[in-house]
Design a protein around this ligand. Structure first.
Ligand code: BDP
Length: 680
């Protein structure tokens, strides 16, 4: 009996805490591992009652261990939007904001300072967000699948809503609020018209109600053909009065159900989606029709510039060619949502030349957090440096210093509303993102959307300390690994400006030989790398497609001249002879070999680094990451062998002897067909 009781006591005392704090990644960066409780309620000074304030207070009483905190709403701080100030008083910290949401953000700020062991004395902080709308785009379908999702099924359980509310909805909202994300598109840009049916709007309302206290507004992707498909109209022509009326009624209905609804995201006339061009109308006709009905409610239209057709024109040029003539024709509540690069979320692209080119139209960046082209959730790739690279790129649109961030955040071209978006990597897996390290990409997007001046180094550091430990023996090597990981992925996948040479359809793994007879040329890798016996790369200079002309001077010259083109983009802009001498004196072919090899070697180093981290990490996450790194390592070799052996059939040059020899046969690699159909 005694024995039994001891056992039960043992189980309770020792195992219970582990059950409660299972290190399964579900707590993201909000773990607060050493905090038992926060301050008592009498140490929180605040007037008024409001659900957002209640959350802020609860976070403080659960996790904040410092001084008393005063939460002040100050109308005079309106210019900070939903930003805030944090000031150390004599015996308390004062957080002030014009909005309750700002106070909540301020609370997360001090919690972050606490968890990252930052100095908490003499605080004098002023934070103003870089963008007004900081939005995640979920590519979630109504059947629970996620387009390009690698972390399980959709978080939104449409069948159970609105009756059953998963606790993860609130956990999701809280995670977003903790990094300043204040908006979400719930459904796939390849949108089902059914999304707008009343039965779904009621489900959307249930989510909006949960998100609201966390400062998050809900938006929807809409299918341009909705009036015809679910409204029973003859067509969906934006100039048809009945169509306009349909959208008006539908929009009114939405706002009746969700009074603070954010607006629509639209993928039109792109990859088979319907759009205004089906009726001989322009993108502006389509976008404005929606903007007009949203306007009275304060809603916006995010109209995507990701458009291209199977035309002979270089795909990299098409969005610019379509949208430039429409500059100034859009309503002021339309924002053109532009992917960071001109093709499609590749490991490295130059920035999209539309940034800064539209002078009278609002523009916003679209990033992809989900790693469609970066090894899914198997590869450890920290995207902070990729996001920064685009945001810091100088477009020269208004002279030197016209970075993508400054042409989109209202600095150089005042905009009524500024926004930034990214395709989410979140699913219903316990750790949210499949790979524990992929959580860092969600985190990084949120932090940069809030403040695009932050460095990747700082963001990675914060995330590591909050997610794992602040032990510098862990933080330093892991940070180094994260910061180099994007370049490493570029190196073993598509170095020197190579792009779009991955496997067809699912996009996992290499397929540089890809060239399906009768298939759309612009979906084939050979269209993009143009390997032949002379060399490699896409000639986008004046003697080629002249895509360089879409960039402002001096960039058009810099990119257009093989001598001045940055080498990390050289094959994007030039068809380069195999024996061309690169800056380090190597031939292009040798450079390619060494770069692929470097990529592989770095992943092997990451494995070693991670194994050395075992003492600092819980076993659960340690083994999970370890197993993913093994996959990444194998994949890196696969990429290297596939690309080098294939390109070698053109270069006819030897692989330098001091790099690892291929371990595969090209013919075997060509036979690999992964069963990973993606659902459209
Ligand atoms: C491509 C994806 C496709 C998306 C499309 C888009 O492969 O699944 O629908 O982007 O952004 O990269 O619309």
């Amino acid at each position: 009996m005694f024995y039994l009781r001891t056992c039960i006591l043992f189980l309770f005392l020792f195992l219970f805490p582990f059950c409660v704090f299972a290190e399964d990644g579900s707590q993201l960066w909000l773990r607060f591992p050493n905090v038992k409780n926060g301050i008592s309620t009498d140490k929180i000074i605040s007037k008024g009652k409001n659900p957002t304030l209640d959350i802020a207070k609860k976070e403080l009483t659960t996790y904040w261990q410092g001084q008393a905190v005063e939460l002040r709403t100050e109308k005079s701080l309106k210019n900070l939007k939903d930003g805030y100030t944090i000031i150390s008083g004599l015996d308390k910290i004062i957080i002030s904001s014009a909005k309750e949401t700002g106070l909540l953000y301020g609370v997360y700020h001090i919690l972050r300072l606490q968890q990252t062991q930052s100095d908490l004395t003499h605080l004098n902080i002023t934070e103003k967000p870089s963008y007004d709308v900081r939005i995640l785009n979920h590519w979630d379908n109504l059947d629970g699948s996620i387009e390009r999702g690698y972390a399980g099924h959709s978080l939104w359980k449409w069948e159970d809503l609105p009756g059953t509310i998963s606790p993860r909805y609130e956990a999701y909202a809280r995670a977003n609020a903790s990094i300043g994300i204040n908006a979400v598109v719930l459904n796939n840009v390849n949108a089902s018209p059914n999304m707008l049916k009343n039965e779904y709007l009621i489900k959307v309302k249930a989510l909006a109600d949960i998100f609201r206290p966390y400062g998050i507004k809900v938006y929807l992707s809409v299918n341009f053909s909705s009036p015809k498909v679910i409204g029973g109209l003859e067509n969906s022509d934006p100039l048809n009065k009945k169509v306009q009326e349909w959208w008006k009624q539908k929009t009114n209905e939405i706002y009746k159900i969700i009074p603070d609804f954010g607006g629509f995201l639209v993928k039109a006339n792109s990859e088979g989606q319907p759009g205004p061009q089906d009726y001989g109308r322009t993108h502006a006709d389509g976008a404005n029709m929606m903007a007009d009905v949203l306007k009275p409610h304060g809603g916006i239209v995010m109209w995507r510039a990701f458009v291209y057709s199977a035309s002979p024109e270089d795909r990299a040029k098409q969005a610019y060619l379509e949208f430039l003539p429409l500059d100034g024709k859009f309503r002021d509540n339309v924002i053109i949502q532009i992917k960071n690069g001109p093709i499609d979320f590749q490991p490295r692209e130059p920035f999209n030349p539309l940034f800064g080119a539209l002078k009278k139209t609002s523009e916003m960046v679209e990033f992809q957090i989900t790693q469609e082209y970066l090894g899914f959730s198997n590869h450890l790739v920290f995207l902070g440096p990729l996001f920064k690279e685009t945001l810091d790129s100088d477009t020269y649109a208004y002279g030197k210093g016209s970075t993508v961030s400054k042409v989109t955040d209202g600095t150089l071209r005042p905009a009524k509303l500024t926004a930034i978006s990214a395709v989410a990597n979140i699913g219903d897996e316990t750790n949210w993102t499949g790979n524990h390290f992929a959580q860092a990409n969600w985190y990084a997007f949120g932090r940069l959307a809030w403040n695009h001046q932050l460095g990747s180094d700082q963001i990675a550091g914060e995330w590591i300390k909050m997610t794992f430990t602040d032990d510098k023996n862990f933080v330093n090597p892991v940070k180094e690994m994260m910061l180099s990981s994007r370049e490493t992925a570029v190196d073993y996948m598509m170095p020197l400006g190579l792009h779009h040479i991955f496997a067809f359809d699912h996009h996992y793994g290499p397929e540089p030989w890809g060239n399906i007879p009768g298939g759309r040329p612009d979906w084939m890798p050979v269209y993009y790398h143009k390997a032949d016996e002379n060399g490699l790369g896409f000639n986008r200079t004046q003697t080629g497609s002249n895509a360089v002309a879409q960039y402002f001077p001096p960039l058009n010259e810099t990119y257009g001249n093989i001598e001045t083109c940055p080498e990390n983009l050289i094959l994007w802009f030039h068809h380069v002879p195999w024996k061309y001498t690169m800056k380090d004196g190597k031939s292009l072919w040798d450079e390619l070999c060494y770069t692929y090899d470097k990529g592989v070697k770095n992943v092997r180093e990451y494995q070693k680094t991670w194994d050395r981290m075992e003492p600092y990490v819980d076993a659960e996450r340690f083994h999970h990451v370890q197993s993913r790194l093994k996959i990444q390592s194998k994949d890196a070799v696969w990429w290297k062998d596939a690309c080098l052996l294939y390109f070698q059939t053109y270069s006819k040059m030897p692989i330098p002897y001091d790099i690892e020899r291929p371990v595969h046969e090209l013919e075997d690699l060509k036979k690999i067909k992964l069963d990973m159909k993606h659902h459209n």
